[in-house]
Design a protein around this ligand. Structure first.
Ligand SMILES: [Mg+2]
Length: 258
């Protein structure tokens, strides 16, 4: 175990601590069944990726303060239907579209399986941590509580500055709320530019989480292939797994009665 690299940790939420891609998939399955039942399974999966990747950048425009949350969602829904042959949605139809989307999305909220263990490792190391997200804070509070990650405080969100990452001001605000210096704070997130490079450019230790297992290496920021790799990147120990007696673990030698 190397030297500890930071004194505090900020964490992205979507597709980092929670499995947003799975929630998108559930929501898109609902949308396709209701509005575009002509799509086969392969085209439906293409719709999932189209929604998640947002190729026209409508969500990014929202995080730059150029449109509202509901505005970007309407634009994305319109783009989705234009791309995959769905009906044109007037105001009344879009209200029903969004209601169904939101219900399916929320019903699928789930923490990533190794998220709680990462927080346990940070707790064990005595590292303070919090969340920094490009979504509204209250919405993310509800999601964290719903998935069993209620111990995480939301320290920065779209509510604060009206724009999101990679604005350095938002990283710095979250550091202040955490009581840490940016240079001694790590930020972990799944988007290379907005998260890892954005944090780095704001003076933090930006770490890219390869949430979808691409295996690619951006080359200019450290990479975590799983949340279990994060403690080592920070220079802190992971708690031993239950029953782990391997050398080097907390219980590796001198067991009573041996
Ligand atoms: Mg994310």
């Amino acid at each position: 175990m190397g030297e500890r690299r930071v004194d505090a940790v900020l964490l992205d939420i979507d597709d980092t601590l929670v499995d947003t891609r799975a929630s998108f998939r559930a929501a898109m399955h609902h949308v396709v069944a209701r509005w575009m039942p002509h799509l086969d399974a392969a085209r439906r999966e293409e719709a999932v990726l189209h929604w998640a990747q947002d190729p026209r950048g409508h969500y990014r425009a929202y995080t730059r303060g150029e449109t509202t949350f509901s505005g970007q969602r309407r634009l994305r829904g319109t783009d989705l239907h234009a791309t995959f042959g769905g009906p044109v949605l007037d105001d009344e139809a879009f209200a029903r579209w969004e209601e169904g989307y939101e219900a399916a999305f929320r019903a699928a909220w789930a923490a990533r399986p190794d998220a709680a263990a990462l927080l346990d490792a940070l707790d064990a190391a005595g590292l303070p941590y919090g969340a920094l997200t490009n979504v509204e804070g209250g919405y993310q509070r509800a999601q964290l509580d719903a998935v069993g990650l209620g111990r995480l405080a939301v320290l920065g969100s779209m509510d604060d500055l009206g724009r999101g990452k990679p604005d350095p001001g938002l990283f710095h605000l979250a550091c202040r709320r955490l009581g840490s210096e940016p240079a001694r704070t790590a930020y972990l997130g799944d988007e290379v530019d907005v998260d890892a490079r954005g944090a780095r450019d704001a003076g933090l230790l930006g770490i890219w989480f390869d949430a979808h297992g691409t295996g690619t290496d951006p080359g200019d920021v450290p990479v975590a292939r799983s949340l279990a790799e994060v403690p080592a990147l920070l220079g802190v120990a992971s708690p031993p797994a239950p029953g782990d007696g391997a050398p080097g673990s907390r219980f590796g030698a001198g067991l009573p009665g041996r």
